[in-house]
Design a protein around this ligand. Structure first.
Ligand SMILES: [Ca+2]
Length: 312
């Protein structure tokens, strides 16, 4: 018999990760003072204290409103997936109020569970530079904290964020969803994730694009589909010999991996004799004779082929 699979699936630690869940669609037509309220319509996500006026866009919004899709207040943009996405200025001056003060905007979410100590986590999201931007930055950061602290506290230290994703300027093109990814090793018990740019203003560099909608310095990113998982970055270990003679030593051909595996075992004539899937797979040889058998293992990212020697 085949040992069956343990049901285990990695869950994305970011809730409402594609910004599809919202409380209501009664978005206000325009005005910076209303934007926090609009973002408040999103489930799970919020603007941390001092975190600017991050926006929420959804196709449910009336088409002539500022938060409509695809013609948003910040530029023309379809969602990466689904109907909703968010947008923010990682670093811009206050064009609305025409002041020289710089504003930085942020979005925060409480994770589905606390992070585990000494564990590596991989962050991915899609970002698209809005066509209203007249400058661009090339850094977006992820900050993980144990508490729901204010942005003012977090911004006092330079480069406090654990994940600093930096792209080359030439890779950042207006209106194109691009994958941004980074990783870090958790200290343990981090429970809040904040997206933004936590660098000190003095070290932030920018590249001029063109003068679009705003006369002042303006840099705006749309964001969609954020995932946070434990990283899978070790090689799969596939044994090539086992001895199912019930002496308790090496009686099973056994593989465990952090990606879902699909296993096929063939005899020397190419006939499929065993098949299973899971995060743990094993074969006890059934009633097959000593000899050489062949495996094909498909994981979520790779395919492995080779032979297994069964010795009775
Ligand atoms: Ca979405």
């Amino acid at each position: 018999m085949l040992f069956c699979c343990e049901a285990k699936t990695q869950t994305n630690l970011i809730p409402n990760s594609s910004f599809e869940g919202y409380k209501n669609c009664s978005f206000v037509a325009f005005g910076a003072q209303y934007q926090a309220a609009i973002f408040d319509s999103l489930y799970n996500w919020y603007i941390p204290f001092g975190g600017g006026s991050t926006d929420y866009f959804n196709t449910c919004s009336p088409s002539n409103w500022s938060f409509a899709v695809p013609s948003t207040v910040a530029g023309f943009q379809y969602p990466k997936t689904g109907n909703g996405f968010i947008g923010f200025c990682p670093y811009a001056n206050d064009a609305f109020n025409n002041t020289l003060a710089y504003v930085k905007e942020y979005a925060r979410v409480k994770l589905n569970s606390k992070l585990q100590a000494n564990t590596k986590y991989c962050l991915q999201f899609y970002a698209s530079l809005a066509d209203s931007s007249n400058y661009k930055t090339n850094v977006i950061q992820g900050l993980f904290t144990q508490n729901d602290t204010s942005i003012y506290i977090e911004n006092t230290a330079n480069s406090l964020a654990q994940i600093i994703i930096k792209k080359s300027y030439s890779d950042i093109q207006i209106g194109q969803w691009q994958l941004w990814e980074g990783d870090f090793i958790a200290q343990g018990n981090e429970e809040y994730f904040t997206l933004g740019d936590f660098r000190n203003d003095s070290i932030i560099d920018t590249v001029f694009i063109a003068s679009y909608h705003y006369p002042d310095y303006y840099n705006y990113y749309f964001i969609d589909d954020i995932t946070l998982y434990k990283c899978v970055d070790y090689e799969i270990n596939i044994p090539n010999v086992f001895t199912p003679n019930k002496d308790g030593v090496n009686d099973e051909w056994f593989i465990e991996y952090d990606e879902l595996m699909e296993l096929f075992i063939y005899n020397r004539w190419g006939s499929l004799i065993a098949k299973q899937n899971g995060y743990k797979i094993s074969w006890n040889g059934d009633d097959y004779n000593s000899g050489v058998y062949y495996y094909l293992i498909k994981t979520e990212t790779k395919t492995y082929k080779g032979h297994i020697q069964l010795i009775r």
